[in-house]
Design a protein around this ligand. Structure first.
Ligand code: DLL
Length: 434
């Protein structure tokens, strides 16, 4: 059996910057070479770009290699991107495929072991401790959030409750019975769990939960403040994507709570301008591009995440850079009368309006030539039409003042917006498809 995770024994956290860069270079060289030698797609793509693994002498040479994206994975469905024989793959995960063919990823036994260590690190840094009862609300199955976090919590030495998502009443019952100190969930579904607690007369602040790891979807500091105030816990951000490993690419510290540390011993981050695709310097916003450094079954070179963020200096572990909380995905950017709008901007404004939220959706329609945005939001309590109209007026003004665009506001009664068990659906696009 593998040893329990101990922060003091986690050497990479204590590497000097020179050591980190040296290891990254070695690992990037190894990854690029293994991709070239074992995956037909990479060999063709590197050859077409005139980039050979021997050309990679410094980390900056990585920018000569072509990007990988969801499309690449789909065209090599299901196992075409594996860099080891299929028999060495002990686990397969896949994206839901609601927007096309699913993307498939694989892990060797060593990959699973390393992922457990990495997730244990994320949970420890986020405030989870050995001996905690850990209530894992994330979906088990093809989604990486359930099993990925589960193995990490076991590695840390928690008593893991693999409840998975849904069955909200049962969630609340088991939280009462098993007294978890820590939970993992999408922030949007955790709000539904809190609602249910309140409905059955439980004050969420009185429960045993002290620490939460939230991720798998964009969420704002306003959402964090609102959940923390309601539930009396500390919530840290956890980021990842199945194409890179699943949860565990970056995570937030309970001590500093100032963005996410990118675990640079396993992933090499770049930020590129989403239009020109040229790398931008640290501190500038753009699209996150990641290269895996230690993965065997499914190594990835320069994967375009579509997630928008910036790289900042590290704080808790100074050699490892931070990434700012994700603003949104490039494909979640709504363009309303020429103004770029992300659901996170709307979330922040809604959560500052007493009486409204946190459930909301952005509905896009196109009655004429232009796209229109309708923000549908709920009141906390049943309200008269007069109160609802005045809340709608306030919200419309705030959106106009702070985002600079005009939105139609529809205020609904509590329960008027669909609840999701996993990732919230923030954008409903009802525009005609061309
Ligand atoms: O969502 C992995 C995960 C599970 C992360 C549990 C954290 C916790 P995918 O389903 O492949 O994997 O979706 C990945 O979700 O590219 C982001 O757009 C978004 N995402 C994930 N974590 C965060 C986060 C999992 N903390 C996609 N903040 C990513 C904002 C996030 N967006």
């Amino acid at each position: 059996m593998s040893a329990m995770y101990l922060e003091s024994a986690d050497e990479a956290l204590h590497w000097s910057l020179d050591e980190l860069r040296a290891r990254q270079l070695e690992r990037v060289q190894d990854t690029v070479r293994r991709c070239y030698e074992n995956v037909a797609h990479y060999r063709q793509a590197f050859d077409a770009a005139g980039a050979h693994p021997d050309d990679l002498r410094e980390l900056s040479d990585l920018s000569r290699f072509p990007f990988t994206d969801k499309h690449t994975l789909r065209s090599n469905y299901p196992f075409g991107m594996f860099a080891v024989p299929r028999e060495d793959v002990v686990r397969i995960h896949a994206s839901s495929g609601t927007t096309g063919q699913p993307t498939v990823v694989g892990y060797t036994i060593e990959d699973i072991d390393r992922w457990a260590d990495l997730m244990a690190r994320c949970l420890y840094v986020g405030g989870v401790r050995k001996g905690d009862v850990f209530h894992n609300i994330s979906g088990y199955g093809l989604f990486t959030g359930g099993l990925g976090v589960h193995y990490g919590a076991e590695r840390l030495g928690c008593s893991v409750v693999p409840i998975s998502g849904g069955m909200t009443e049962r969630q609340v019952q088991l939280i009462r019975d098993f007294a978890p100190r820590a939970v993992h969930c999408t922030p949007s579904y955790f709000v539904a769990v809190l609602d249910h607690m309140e409905r059955v007369g439980i004050d969420p602040r009185e429960t045993s939960i002290k620490v939460a790891m939230f991720g798998a979807e964009p969420w704002t500091y306003a959402m964090r403040d609102s959940i923390e105030a309601r539930a009396g816990l500390k919530a840290q951000d956890l980021f990842g994507l199945s194409e890179l490993i699943g949860p565990g690419v970056a995570s937030e510290s309970i001590e500093t709570r100032d963005g996410l540390t990118v675990w640079e011993d396993h992933f090499y981050p770049e930020i590129v301008d989403p239009q020109t695709l040229q790398p931008v310097p640290d501190g500038q916003p753009g699209e996150l591009v990641l290269t895996s450094l230690t993965k065997q079954a499914f190594p990835v070179v320069r994967y375009r995440t579509k997630d928008l963020t910036r790289l900042l200096p590290g704080t808790i572990y100074p050699t490892m850079r931070h990434m700012e909380k994700i603003t949104g995905r490039t494909d979640d950017m709504m363009i309303i009368r020429g103004v770029n709008v992300f659901p996170t901007q709307i979330e922040e404004i809604i959560l500052k309006e007493p009486g409204l939220g946190p459930y909301f959706q952005c509905i896009l329609t196109q009655p004429g030539a232009m796209t229109e945005l309708t923000v549908v939001v709920e009141t906390h309590h049943h309200e008269s039409d007069e109160v609802k109209n005045s809340l709608a007026d306030d919200l419309r003004h705030q959106i106009k003042n702070r985002v600079g665009t005009t939105a139609i506001i529809e205020v609904r009664e509590p329960g008027g917006i669909e609840r999701s068990v996993g990732k919230a659906r923030r954008i409903v696009d009802k525009r005609p498809k061309h």
